[in-house]
Design a binder for this molecule. Structure first.
Ligand SMILES: Nc1ncnc2c1ncn2[C@@H]1O[C@H](COP(=O)(O)OP(=O)(O)OP(=O)(O)O)[C@@H](O)[C@H]1O
Ligand SMILES: [Mg+2]
Length: 319
Protein backbone atom coordinates (compact mmCIF):
# COMPACT_ATOMS: atom_id res chain seq x y z
CA UNK A 1 0.00 0.00 0.00
CA UNK A 2 1.24 3.47 -0.78
CA UNK A 3 0.36 6.56 1.19
CA UNK A 4 -0.32 6.73 4.90
CA UNK A 5 -1.96 3.78 6.65
CA UNK A 6 -3.66 6.21 9.03
CA UNK A 7 -4.73 9.75 8.36
CA UNK A 8 -6.85 11.66 10.80
CA UNK A 9 -8.14 15.19 10.55
CA UNK A 10 -9.65 16.95 13.52
CA UNK A 11 -10.63 13.64 15.12
CA UNK A 12 -12.58 14.43 18.26
CA UNK A 13 -14.50 12.40 20.79
CA UNK A 14 -16.51 13.84 23.61
CA UNK A 15 -18.12 11.98 26.49
CA UNK A 16 -20.64 14.45 27.88
CA UNK A 17 -18.68 17.52 28.91
CA UNK A 18 -15.36 15.64 28.70
CA UNK A 19 -13.34 15.85 25.49
CA UNK A 20 -11.27 12.66 25.51
CA UNK A 21 -9.69 13.23 22.07
CA UNK A 22 -9.50 16.78 20.85
CA UNK A 23 -8.99 17.67 17.17
CA UNK A 24 -6.38 14.99 16.56
CA UNK A 25 -4.44 15.20 13.29
CA UNK A 26 -2.32 12.19 12.41
CA UNK A 27 -0.47 10.83 9.46
CA UNK A 28 1.15 7.44 9.86
CA UNK A 29 3.28 6.02 7.09
CA UNK A 30 3.36 2.28 6.36
CA UNK A 31 6.11 0.16 7.86
CA UNK A 32 6.62 2.16 11.03
CA UNK A 33 6.03 1.70 14.72
CA UNK A 34 4.10 4.78 15.77
CA UNK A 35 3.76 5.49 19.48
CA UNK A 36 1.13 7.29 21.52
CA UNK A 37 2.80 8.56 24.63
CA UNK A 38 1.06 10.31 27.47
CA UNK A 39 -0.22 10.04 31.01
CA UNK A 40 -3.36 8.28 32.27
CA UNK A 41 -6.52 9.70 30.79
CA UNK A 42 -4.81 11.61 27.96
CA UNK A 43 -6.88 9.82 25.32
CA UNK A 44 -4.68 6.99 24.03
CA UNK A 45 -7.31 4.26 24.28
CA UNK A 46 -10.05 6.51 22.95
CA UNK A 47 -7.89 7.45 19.96
CA UNK A 48 -7.29 3.76 19.22
CA UNK A 49 -10.96 2.94 19.51
CA UNK A 50 -11.75 5.75 17.08
CA UNK A 51 -9.12 4.56 14.61
CA UNK A 52 -10.31 0.94 14.76
CA UNK A 53 -13.87 2.00 14.02
CA UNK A 54 -15.15 0.81 17.41
CA UNK A 55 -16.12 4.30 18.48
CA UNK A 56 -17.80 7.00 16.42
CA UNK A 57 -16.10 10.39 16.46
CA UNK A 58 -18.01 13.44 17.68
CA UNK A 59 -16.24 15.41 14.96
CA UNK A 60 -13.50 14.93 12.41
CA UNK A 61 -12.65 12.09 10.09
CA UNK A 62 -10.05 9.38 9.64
CA UNK A 63 -8.92 7.21 6.79
CA UNK A 64 -7.45 3.90 7.95
CA UNK A 65 -6.09 1.51 5.32
CA UNK A 66 -8.31 3.26 2.83
CA UNK A 67 -11.48 2.94 4.92
CA UNK A 68 -13.23 6.22 5.70
CA UNK A 69 -14.31 6.75 9.28
CA UNK A 70 -16.93 7.33 10.42
CA UNK A 71 -18.39 4.79 8.05
CA UNK A 72 -18.69 1.07 7.57
CA UNK A 73 -15.78 -0.36 9.51
CA UNK A 74 -16.42 -4.05 8.84
CA UNK A 75 -13.91 -4.39 5.97
CA UNK A 76 -11.33 -2.60 8.10
CA UNK A 77 -11.68 -5.07 10.95
CA UNK A 78 -10.34 -7.88 8.75
CA UNK A 79 -7.23 -5.89 7.94
CA UNK A 80 -6.31 -4.72 11.40
CA UNK A 81 -5.38 -6.36 14.68
CA UNK A 82 -6.26 -4.74 17.99
CA UNK A 83 -4.77 -5.71 21.30
CA UNK A 84 -6.89 -4.04 23.94
CA UNK A 85 -5.49 -2.57 27.13
CA UNK A 86 -7.09 -5.18 29.35
CA UNK A 87 -7.26 -8.83 28.37
CA UNK A 88 -10.41 -9.22 26.30
CA UNK A 89 -10.35 -12.88 25.30
CA UNK A 90 -12.17 -15.84 26.82
CA UNK A 91 -10.81 -16.46 30.29
CA UNK A 92 -12.75 -19.70 30.65
CA UNK A 93 -11.38 -21.18 27.44
CA UNK A 94 -7.91 -22.69 27.19
CA UNK A 95 -5.11 -21.07 25.24
CA UNK A 96 -5.65 -23.58 22.41
CA UNK A 97 -9.41 -22.99 22.39
CA UNK A 98 -8.93 -19.23 22.22
CA UNK A 99 -6.54 -19.68 19.33
CA UNK A 100 -8.91 -22.03 17.53
CA UNK A 101 -11.80 -19.64 18.04
CA UNK A 102 -9.88 -16.63 16.75
CA UNK A 103 -8.64 -18.60 13.74
CA UNK A 104 -12.24 -19.55 12.91
CA UNK A 105 -13.42 -15.94 13.27
CA UNK A 106 -10.89 -14.98 10.62
CA UNK A 107 -11.89 -17.82 8.34
CA UNK A 108 -8.87 -20.06 8.92
CA UNK A 109 -9.85 -23.71 8.94
CA UNK A 110 -8.38 -27.22 8.86
CA UNK A 111 -4.72 -27.52 7.99
CA UNK A 112 -4.24 -23.77 7.54
CA UNK A 113 -5.59 -23.07 11.01
CA UNK A 114 -3.52 -25.85 12.60
CA UNK A 115 -0.33 -24.65 10.93
CA UNK A 116 -0.88 -21.03 11.89
CA UNK A 117 -1.79 -21.89 15.49
CA UNK A 118 1.23 -24.19 15.76
CA UNK A 119 3.58 -21.52 14.41
CA UNK A 120 2.19 -18.81 16.69
CA UNK A 121 2.30 -21.12 19.72
CA UNK A 122 6.00 -21.68 19.13
CA UNK A 123 6.78 -18.09 18.30
CA UNK A 124 4.98 -16.63 21.29
CA UNK A 125 6.04 -19.24 23.84
CA UNK A 126 2.55 -20.64 24.25
CA UNK A 127 3.14 -24.26 23.29
CA UNK A 128 3.46 -25.48 26.87
CA UNK A 129 0.42 -23.48 27.94
CA UNK A 130 -1.98 -24.82 25.33
CA UNK A 131 -4.18 -26.65 27.82
CA UNK A 132 -4.26 -23.88 30.42
CA UNK A 133 -7.27 -21.65 30.97
CA UNK A 134 -6.52 -18.21 29.61
CA UNK A 135 -7.87 -16.65 32.80
CA UNK A 136 -5.21 -18.43 34.86
CA UNK A 137 -2.24 -17.24 32.79
CA UNK A 138 0.21 -14.78 34.33
CA UNK A 139 -0.01 -11.16 33.18
CA UNK A 140 2.92 -11.52 30.79
CA UNK A 141 1.60 -14.81 29.40
CA UNK A 142 -1.81 -13.22 28.80
CA UNK A 143 -0.15 -10.43 26.87
CA UNK A 144 1.78 -12.91 24.72
CA UNK A 145 -1.46 -14.74 23.99
CA UNK A 146 -3.26 -11.48 23.20
CA UNK A 147 -0.55 -10.48 20.73
CA UNK A 148 -0.59 -13.93 19.10
CA UNK A 149 -4.37 -13.64 18.70
CA UNK A 150 -4.11 -10.10 17.35
CA UNK A 151 -1.75 -11.22 14.57
CA UNK A 152 -3.55 -14.50 13.75
CA UNK A 153 -4.86 -13.15 10.42
CA UNK A 154 -1.61 -11.36 9.52
CA UNK A 155 -3.09 -7.86 9.75
CA UNK A 156 -1.48 -5.02 7.84
CA UNK A 157 -1.95 -2.68 10.75
CA UNK A 158 -1.77 -3.49 14.45
CA UNK A 159 -3.09 -1.39 17.30
CA UNK A 160 -1.50 -2.32 20.61
CA UNK A 161 -2.81 -0.56 23.69
CA UNK A 162 -0.16 -0.66 26.42
CA UNK A 163 0.81 -4.17 25.40
CA UNK A 164 3.58 -4.64 27.94
CA UNK A 165 2.08 -3.18 31.09
CA UNK A 166 2.29 -6.55 32.87
CA UNK A 167 5.57 -7.68 31.33
CA UNK A 168 8.93 -7.73 33.12
CA UNK A 169 11.79 -5.70 31.59
CA UNK A 170 13.51 -8.71 30.04
CA UNK A 171 10.29 -10.00 28.47
CA UNK A 172 9.47 -6.48 27.28
CA UNK A 173 12.62 -6.52 25.20
CA UNK A 174 11.55 -9.85 23.71
CA UNK A 175 8.09 -8.47 23.05
CA UNK A 176 9.57 -5.52 21.18
CA UNK A 177 11.74 -7.85 19.12
CA UNK A 178 8.48 -9.43 17.98
CA UNK A 179 7.15 -6.01 17.01
CA UNK A 180 10.27 -5.29 14.95
CA UNK A 181 9.87 -8.71 13.30
CA UNK A 182 6.25 -7.89 12.42
CA UNK A 183 7.30 -4.57 10.89
CA UNK A 184 10.07 -6.34 8.94
CA UNK A 185 7.36 -8.63 7.56
CA UNK A 186 5.42 -5.60 6.33
CA UNK A 187 3.06 -4.65 9.15
CA UNK A 188 2.58 -1.16 10.56
CA UNK A 189 2.05 -0.73 14.28
CA UNK A 190 0.39 1.87 16.47
CA UNK A 191 1.33 1.32 20.09
CA UNK A 192 0.52 3.22 23.27
CA UNK A 193 2.91 3.20 26.15
CA UNK A 194 3.95 4.85 29.37
CA UNK A 195 7.46 3.45 29.18
CA UNK A 196 10.15 5.74 27.90
CA UNK A 197 12.41 2.95 26.76
CA UNK A 198 9.54 1.78 24.57
CA UNK A 199 8.82 5.28 23.32
CA UNK A 200 12.46 5.57 22.26
CA UNK A 201 12.11 2.47 20.14
CA UNK A 202 9.21 3.85 18.10
CA UNK A 203 10.03 5.29 14.72
CA UNK A 204 7.69 8.18 15.43
CA UNK A 205 5.72 9.35 18.41
CA UNK A 206 2.74 11.53 19.20
CA UNK A 207 2.71 13.06 22.65
CA UNK A 208 -0.85 13.32 23.94
CA UNK A 209 -1.93 15.50 26.80
CA UNK A 210 -5.57 15.91 27.86
CA UNK A 211 -6.80 14.72 24.50
CA UNK A 212 -4.58 17.00 22.45
CA UNK A 213 -1.52 16.13 20.45
CA UNK A 214 1.23 18.34 21.83
CA UNK A 215 3.98 17.20 19.50
CA UNK A 216 4.95 14.48 17.11
CA UNK A 217 8.08 13.37 15.35
CA UNK A 218 10.92 10.95 15.78
CA UNK A 219 12.12 10.42 19.36
CA UNK A 220 15.26 12.31 18.42
CA UNK A 221 13.24 15.23 16.96
CA UNK A 222 11.30 15.45 20.18
CA UNK A 223 14.40 15.38 22.31
CA UNK A 224 16.01 18.04 20.13
CA UNK A 225 12.91 20.21 20.42
CA UNK A 226 13.26 20.19 24.18
CA UNK A 227 16.29 22.43 23.81
CA UNK A 228 17.75 20.88 26.91
CA UNK A 229 20.57 18.55 27.71
CA UNK A 230 19.14 15.19 28.59
CA UNK A 231 21.05 13.04 30.98
CA UNK A 232 20.82 9.62 32.40
CA UNK A 233 21.27 9.75 36.14
CA UNK A 234 22.48 6.67 37.86
CA UNK A 235 23.26 6.14 41.50
CA UNK A 236 22.47 4.06 44.55
CA UNK A 237 20.03 6.59 46.04
CA UNK A 238 18.10 8.26 43.26
CA UNK A 239 15.79 10.19 45.57
CA UNK A 240 18.73 11.80 47.28
CA UNK A 241 20.26 12.46 43.86
CA UNK A 242 17.18 14.33 42.81
CA UNK A 243 17.24 16.44 45.95
CA UNK A 244 20.89 17.31 45.35
CA UNK A 245 20.12 18.25 41.78
CA UNK A 246 17.39 20.56 42.97
CA UNK A 247 14.82 19.04 40.66
CA UNK A 248 11.39 20.61 40.96
CA UNK A 249 8.11 18.74 40.81
CA UNK A 250 8.46 18.43 37.05
CA UNK A 251 11.93 16.91 37.57
CA UNK A 252 13.60 19.87 35.96
CA UNK A 253 17.12 20.40 37.21
CA UNK A 254 18.92 23.69 37.32
CA UNK A 255 22.36 23.15 35.91
CA UNK A 256 23.53 26.76 36.28
CA UNK A 257 25.33 26.94 32.96
CA UNK A 258 28.26 25.12 31.50
CA UNK A 259 28.79 24.42 27.86
CA UNK A 260 26.51 21.45 27.72
CA UNK A 261 24.90 21.68 31.15
CA UNK A 262 26.43 18.38 32.15
CA UNK A 263 29.35 19.66 34.18
CA UNK A 264 27.37 21.31 36.98
CA UNK A 265 25.04 18.35 37.22
CA UNK A 266 27.98 16.02 37.42
CA UNK A 267 29.47 18.18 40.15
CA UNK A 268 26.25 18.05 42.13
CA UNK A 269 26.19 14.28 42.17
CA UNK A 270 27.86 11.92 44.65
CA UNK A 271 28.58 9.52 42.99
CA UNK A 272 28.89 11.41 39.72
CA UNK A 273 26.41 11.30 36.89
CA UNK A 274 27.12 8.71 34.29
CA UNK A 275 25.72 8.45 30.81
CA UNK A 276 25.37 4.94 29.62
CA UNK A 277 23.11 2.60 27.80
CA UNK A 278 21.33 0.24 28.08
CA UNK A 279 19.78 1.24 31.33
CA UNK A 280 20.33 -0.64 34.53
CA UNK A 281 17.07 -1.76 36.04
CA UNK A 282 17.62 0.40 39.15
CA UNK A 283 17.37 3.66 37.26
CA UNK A 284 14.62 2.77 34.83
CA UNK A 285 11.88 4.04 37.10
CA UNK A 286 13.54 7.40 37.55
CA UNK A 287 13.98 7.71 33.83
CA UNK A 288 10.40 6.79 33.12
CA UNK A 289 8.97 9.19 35.65
CA UNK A 290 11.30 11.98 34.79
CA UNK A 291 11.11 11.91 31.06
CA UNK A 292 7.40 11.24 30.80
CA UNK A 293 6.76 14.41 32.77
CA UNK A 294 9.55 16.34 31.16
CA UNK A 295 8.38 15.72 27.65
CA UNK A 296 4.82 16.56 28.32
CA UNK A 297 5.44 19.66 30.35
CA UNK A 298 8.26 20.93 28.19
CA UNK A 299 6.94 20.55 24.69
CA UNK A 300 4.62 23.57 24.62
CA UNK A 301 7.35 25.79 26.05
CA UNK A 302 10.83 24.49 25.27
CA UNK A 303 13.50 25.56 27.71
CA UNK A 304 16.33 27.60 26.25
CA UNK A 305 19.26 25.35 25.42
CA UNK A 306 22.20 25.12 27.80
CA UNK A 307 20.34 26.59 30.72
CA UNK A 308 18.89 23.42 32.07
CA UNK A 309 19.56 19.77 32.30
CA UNK A 310 17.10 17.00 32.97
CA UNK A 311 17.61 13.92 34.99
CA UNK A 312 16.60 11.69 32.21
CA UNK A 313 18.16 9.34 29.75
CA UNK A 314 20.46 8.76 26.87
CA UNK A 315 18.53 7.34 23.96
CA UNK A 316 19.17 3.78 22.94
CA UNK A 317 17.37 2.09 20.13
CA UNK A 318 16.90 -1.63 20.09
CA UNK A 319 18.96 -2.44 23.15
N1 LIG B 1 -16.90 5.66 27.75
C1 LIG B 1 -16.47 6.75 28.41
N2 LIG B 1 -17.34 7.53 29.09
C2 LIG B 1 -16.92 8.64 29.74
N3 LIG B 1 -15.64 9.06 29.77
C3 LIG B 1 -14.74 8.32 29.11
C4 LIG B 1 -15.09 7.13 28.41
N4 LIG B 1 -13.98 6.62 27.85
C5 LIG B 1 -12.98 7.43 28.20
N5 LIG B 1 -13.42 8.45 28.95
C6 LIG B 1 -12.62 9.54 29.51
O1 LIG B 1 -11.81 10.06 28.45
C7 LIG B 1 -10.52 10.36 28.92
C8 LIG B 1 -9.49 9.60 28.10
O2 LIG B 1 -9.58 8.22 28.45
P1 LIG B 1 -8.65 7.12 27.76
O3 LIG B 1 -9.09 5.80 28.28
O4 LIG B 1 -8.68 7.32 26.29
O5 LIG B 1 -7.23 7.52 28.33
P2 LIG B 1 -5.83 6.73 28.23
O6 LIG B 1 -4.83 7.70 27.72
O7 LIG B 1 -6.01 5.47 27.49
O8 LIG B 1 -5.53 6.45 29.77
P3 LIG B 1 -4.72 5.21 30.44
O9 LIG B 1 -3.26 5.50 30.28
O10 LIG B 1 -5.15 5.30 31.87
O11 LIG B 1 -5.16 3.95 29.77
C9 LIG B 1 -10.50 10.02 30.40
O12 LIG B 1 -10.73 11.20 31.13
C10 LIG B 1 -11.65 9.06 30.55
O13 LIG B 1 -12.20 9.13 31.85
MG1 LIG C 1 -5.76 3.53 27.97
Amino acid sequence: MTGPVVEARGLTRRFGAKTAVDALDLSIEPGVIYGFLGPNGCGKTTAMRLLTGLLTPSAGTARVLGTELPGKAEPLKRKIGYMTQSFSHYRDLTVAENMGFTAAVYGLRGRKARDRIGALSEEYGLADLRGQMAGSLSGGQKQRLALALAVMHRPQLLFLDEPTSAVDPESRRGFWEKLFDLVAEGASIVVSTHFMDEAERCHRLAILDRGRKRADGTPQDLMDALGATVLEVEGPDLRAARRRLGAGPDKRCRSGGGRDGIGPVRAAMRPPVQARSPWPATSAILRFRAIALVLISAVPEPIPPRRSAWNAFSPSRRS
